[in-house]
Design a protein around this ligand. Structure first.
Ligand code: ASP
Length: 428
């Protein structure tokens, strides 16, 4: 029965992917036709560009924005509560979490660096089609950026959507809930169930994504014509390069440094798990096959992986944070908003924490991306442009997300002597 439901859900997801692609392509075609063949005037500008496209596109954006605070707050509380549980696992838990956070922060840094070289948003003038009341980034010093993480009034932070403050408060609530255990079981259940509710709402709103994407892309291309193509390709290229560096360089160097295992052998044996994550775009669904492969082909004891893999699928999303780092650079260039050192530090901090708040299911990285944008004062509208090309990137980044979990697990198991080298060396 449960399997049946999963299969149905998967079919629905595939349908959505296709529909988003159709929305993207038809929006693109219509936008370019309007740009090239329909002269400026009432029909093009009032009815289409600033009428239908604007209303539907922005309606969808508002729905996305509506999700952010409750979704991020609840999933962070639940994520942090699962970190709190790890106390029981002592050293293993601590090491795993440090590793997860470090690799994610490093991933965002890689992404920002790659995107700063490729400069995907240069040449795309989004400011011309931006709403008049757009926000611009205020430059705050690094010290203030850190101080600003502490909320003076958490309720105000929630109401105003001040993400870093929300994150800190949510983490405290989650960790303490885990420590209080039974005494706070009612509140824990409430958060878990609200979290489920928000996931359902996300799924529901995502069914409207094809229309939102269609209208936003059509609006963008009718204003910009072919000018938007190259930046979008550069954006995708930057994400792919960032993912490749993280997966094939950073992880493999860490594997060699900490375990001296052969990275090629590791990748060969692990490849089916990556393919599974790629085709489903969900870290959560990959948990069983990840644990199984680590045990039977790599030699990692289940004692470690049964804890670290589900934890990683919940809080460790390096691939997602690479997309987010590149997206921030892309949007800041397209909108002509300069982010100083304080801005980039905020991006690294928020994207790392957003990775804890990103659920391991398709497209959630886009929702938490709006929190990173908000943290540095970038217009959330910028997400619509990249949303059209996000499905393929979601597949790729999910594969990287779960590889990060597996590499960390292998290192921790190796150091804990819960690793069977004979299994790793066997040709199975
Ligand atoms: N699809 C990703 C995962 O499951 C999350 C995301 O980046 O949207 O790992």
């Amino acid at each position: 029965m449960a399997d049946n439901t999963n299969v149905k859900k998967e079919k629905k997801k595939m349908g959505l992917t296709t529909r988003i692609f159709i929305g993207l392509l038809s929006g693109l075609a219509l936008g370019i036709i309007l740009n090239l063949f329909v002269p400026h005037g009432y029909v093009r500008d009032v009815i289409f560009v600033d009428g239908i496209f604007y209303v539907i596109g922005n309606g969808f954006i508002r729905l996305m924005k509506m999700l952010v605070v409750p979704l991020v707050f609840c999933s962070l509380v639940c994520g942090a509560a699962s970190i709190g549980d790890t106390k029981a696992l002592g050293k293993v838990g601590g090491k795993t979490i440090v590793f997860y956070l470090f690799t994610t922060a490093f991933a965002v840094t890689v992404a920002i660096t790659v995107a700063s070289f490729i400069r995907p948003g240069i040449g795309l003038d989004m400011s011309s089609i931006q709403a008049a009341d757009s926000i611009s980034a205020e430059s705050t010093s690094a010290v203030d950026t850190i101080l600003n993480i502490i909320p003076e009034n958490p309720i105000q932070s929630l109401a105003e959507g001040t993400m870093l403050q929300i994150i800190l408060f949510a983490m405290l609530v989650g960790v303490l809930l885990a420590q209080m255990g039974e005494r706070a079981s009612l509140i824990s259940n409430l958060f878990n169930q609200t979290n489920d509710l928000m996931m359902e709402m996300t799924n529901l709103i995502m069914t409207l994504a094809p229309f939102g994407v269609f209208c936003m892309i059509a609006r963008t291309f009718s204003n910009l014509g072919f000018d938007a193509f190259i930046p979008l390709l550069k954006y995708m290229g930057s994400v792919v390069i960032g993912l490749a560096i993280q997966c094939f360089l950073v992880y493999m160097i860490l594997l060699i440094l900490f375990t001296r295992l052969n990275p090629i052998r590791f990748l060969k044996k692990f490849f089916p798990v990556m393919a599974f994550a790629f085709s489903t775009s969900t870290s959560n669904a990959t948990i069983p096959v990840n644990i199984e492969t680590l045990e039977e082909k790599i030699g990692v004891s289940r004692k470690i992986s049964s804890f670290t893999i589900p934890l990683g699928a919940t809080i460790n999303m390096d691939g997602t944070s690479i997309m987010q780092g590149v997206a921030v650079v892309f949007a800041s260039q397209a909108y002509g908003i300069h982010l100083g050192l304080g801005g980039y530090l905020t991006v690294i901090a928020t994207a790392t924490l957003a990775s804890i708040g990103t659920a391991g299911i398709p497209s959630v990285g886009l929702v938490t991306l709006s929190m990173v944008f908000t943290a540095v004062g970038l217009p959330v509208e910028g997400i619509m442009l990249i949303m059209g090309v996000d499905r393929i990137l979601d597949m790729l980044r999910t594969a990287v997300n779960i590889t990060g979990d597996a590499v960390c697990t292998t290192i921790v198991a190796f150091q804990n002597k819960d690793f069977d080298i004979n299994v790793f060396n066997a040709d199975n």
